[in-house]
Ligand binder design. Structure first.
Ligand code: IMP
Ligand code: MG
Length: 174
């Protein structure tokens, strides 16, 4: 497919919003230690910016789950490819995701993590496409609500590319 990428959210706006989210999280978790749990690979760019702004004692961990192929449509199947490395019993966990689309991935992962006996589990996502939801799933910390468009950059990919773009852009067919 021949395509171009049009800027949806410029770098400065993303960076500013991440600082605001981090400020909110820092306040909400005052006096607590948190586990920041990123979903590979899409959350990596967002998460690395976010944790630098969190003024809290924290550890990081990652899970890798698959719900998408290399294209732009969902398979509806959630498979755990990599579980967390640490014990999560009685921990306050913040799951970090790049985008909530149908909600299938996060609703599965959230229950999977809760089942480990955590004290609390919240969800922080850079982007949210509420129009596309197939199951109920609300982010506790949401960077931006966006329209039903396929986006890349800031960790999000199209066929594994463009994760390194320092802004969020829409994939536009030529
Ligand atoms: P969900 O299970 O449908 O909510 O899918 C979430 C996952 O789908 C995200 O972690 C992304 O990897 C992928 N995804 C959904 N929408 C987009 C998009 O617009 N661009 C890139 N990846 C997307
Ligand atoms: Mg992904």
């Amino acid at each position: 497919m021949d395509y171009t990428i049009e800027t949806l959210i410029p770098r400065e706006k993303v960076e500013q919003r991440i600082k605001e989210l981090a400020c909110e999280i820092t306040k909400d978790y005052e006096g607590k230690e948190v586990v920041v749990l990123g979903l590979l690979k899409g959350s990596v760019v967002f998460m690395s910016d976010l944790i630098k702004e969190l003024d809290l004692p924290l550890t990081i961990d990652f899970m890798n789950v698959s719900s998408y192929g290399d294209g732009t449509s969902t398979t509806g199947v959630v498979k755990i490819l990599k579980d967390v490395d640490q014990e999560l019993k009685d921990k306050d966990v913040i799951i970090v995701e790049d985008i909530i689309d149908t909600g299938l991935t996060l609703s599965y992962v959230k229950e999977f993590i809760k089942a480990k006996g955590t004290k609390s589990v919240k969800v922080c996502t850079l982007l949210d496409k509420p129009e596309r939801r197939k199951v109920e799933m609300k982010g506790d910390y949401v960077g931006f609500e966006i329209p039903d468009e396929f986006v890349v950059g800031y960790g999000l990919d199209y066929a594994q590319k463009h994760r390194n773009l320092p802004y969020v852009g829409i994939v536009v067919r030529k």
